[in-house]
Design a protein around this ligand. Structure first.
Ligand code: ZN
Length: 385
């Protein structure tokens, strides 16, 4: 049996304490002691160490907590531990500096059109924008998390393929690490969306959940038994490429009749009667209008049927208690989501067995991938702070 050395135990406890503050916000010393199962003197030593390093501050709570000396409130200092989050989408890229506790401290974004979508251009632009933002805010990120809509090898951040970006075999992790000079983790966009929902959104406390991303492409990120699921080397969750319509439309991936071809952005444009290409704002405006319609399910016609068909398959295979609809799906009319939930509950054997899956729209809005990318970066650095 190996015996952990005292400094290892201390580092583990310090990281666990920081993790609680990062995820749940300020807590009293007493609450931290209870949650971590440590005695008060150990908590005091850990908090004193973190306060000495400027990572937390302590205050007397404003609201007295019963008789006796109040337990000091420990507050994480957002600017003391900062990571760079990057969200690369097909049409645009965003970066943000995110502080301990998950607060976005500053951000920037730009369009990705034509040559701007080239991997070299993206790497250069991310590095330059990040340097400017860090300089403006006088912050120094210690790690970076990057979301890409593609199939990513988690170990080294190789983008095996990101078909909607036109990328194949791009060693993004290696290149970004070189230009940013900090540890970099690259993740699939849906996987990072799931992580954000799990840490900060509707998936908090969920044991088994699926996050469905829906930009131009459609993907899935999974939480299984309370842990983000990563697949063998990081490849999983390509639910947008389930074949749902043999003989249907050709997909970017080379197959025919993928779910993405029936429910992705192009399909939604068709269902809304919009031109095949155009600003995403037009979709948002149409969906807002549709929210007020007396029967949005009928207005969207086949689109809703395809949406339900894919969701039934996802629920039957994975058996989640919760499906979070992200991106464009998060602005579908409420009536469509309710209809999808009712139909999936009726048609999925798994859902019927455990009392009915919940299907809900993401509450994190357009920042979901940025927040997920930040969490991926924080996962590794909290043990080193
Ligand atoms: Zn496909």
């Amino acid at each position: 049996m190996s015996v952990a050395r005292p400094d290892e135990v201390r580092r583990f406890n310090r990281a666990s304490l920081l993790r609680i503050l990062h995820v749940s916000g300020p807590a009293t010393r007493a609450a931290l002691a209870t949650e971590l199962g440590l005695n008060r003197s150990t908590i005091k030593m850990l908090v004193d160490g973190l306060a000495g390093d400027g990572v937390v501050e302590e205050r007397v709570p404003r609201i007295p907590q019963g008789a006796g000396r109040p337990s000091l409130l420990v507050l994480p200092q957002a600017q003391a531990v900062v990571v760079l989050a990057v969200d690369i989408q097909v049409e645009h890229a965003s970066i943000a500096l995110v502080g301990l506790g998950g607060q976005i401290l500053g951000r920037n974004s730009w369009n990705l059109r034509g040559r701007g979508r080239d991997p070299d251009e993206v790497v250069t632009h991310v590095a330059e924008s990040a340097a400017l933002l860090a300089q403006d805010l006088d912050l120094h990120p210690i790690a970076a998390g990057i979301s890409v809509p593609g199939v990513i090898r988690r170990t080294d951040g190789l983008v095996h393929t990101a078909s909607n970006l036109g990328w194949t075999e791009v060693p993004l992790g290696e290149r970004m690490g070189k230009v940013l000079g900090v540890p970099v983790v690259i993740g699939n966009d849906a996987e990072l969306g799931a992580l954000a929902e799990f840490v900060r959104g509707l998936g908090r406390g969920a044991s088994d959940a699926v996050f469905v991303s829906a930009e131009i492409g459609v993907g899935g990120g999974l939480i299984a038994e309370g842990e983000p699921m990563r697949g063998s080397v990081g490849y999983l969750g390509e639910i947008g490429h389930m074949t749902v319509h043999p003989g249907g439309r050709e997909c970017h991936c080379g197959n025919v009749g993928c779910w993405e071809t029936e429910v992705g952005e192009a399909a939604l444009r068709r269902a809304l009667g919009l031109a095949e290409f155009g600003p995403r704002g037009a979709i948002v405006a149409e969906l807002r209008e549709l929210q007020r319609d007396s029967d949005p399910v009928a207005r969207l016609g086949d689109y809703v049927d395809w949406l339900i068909l894919g969701l039934v398959n996802v629920v039957n295979i994975l058996g989640p208690e919760l499906v979070v609809l992200g991106d464009m799906f998060a602005i579908l009319p409420d009536a469509v989501v309710r209809a999808a939930q009712a139909e999936v509950r009726r048609r999925s054997m798994v859902s019927r067995a455990h009392g009915g899956v919940r299907i809900e729209k993401s509450s994190l809005g357009a920042d979901v991938k940025l927040l997920g990318a930040a969490e991926a970066a924080f996962e590794d650095v909290l043990t080193t702070v």
